[in-house]
Design a protein around this ligand. Structure first.
Ligand SMILES: [Zn+2]
Length: 81
């Protein structure tokens, strides 16, 4: 599992809508990838907000944009330290 695989499955992962073997692969990746861990946290937050406002459809492009934002943020933090 690489970052792309996690990004593609992040909403299913949050829904628990994946095979156990895939879930395990994602969790393994999350242990070693800070970006994807943050992505999952951010997406979970966003999904919760979407659900609360009855907008259940979570567009793929939003996920991708979110991942880009997270990457930029991490790069910024790395430079700051
Ligand atoms: Zn990753």
């Amino acid at each position: 599992m690489n970052c792309d695989g996690v990004v593609r499955r992040v909403s299913n992962y949050i829904d628990g809508d994946l095979e156990v073997s895939v879930l395990e692969e994602i969790e393994l990746h999350l242990k070693s990838c800070r970006e994807c861990t943050i992505l999952v946290q951010q997406t979970r937050l966003t999904v919760t907000l979407y659900r609360d406002s009855d907008l259940v459809d979570f567009p793929k492009e939003v996920q991708l944009r979110l991942h880009e934002t997270v990457r930029r943020e991490i790069r910024r933090q790395k430079r700051a330290t």
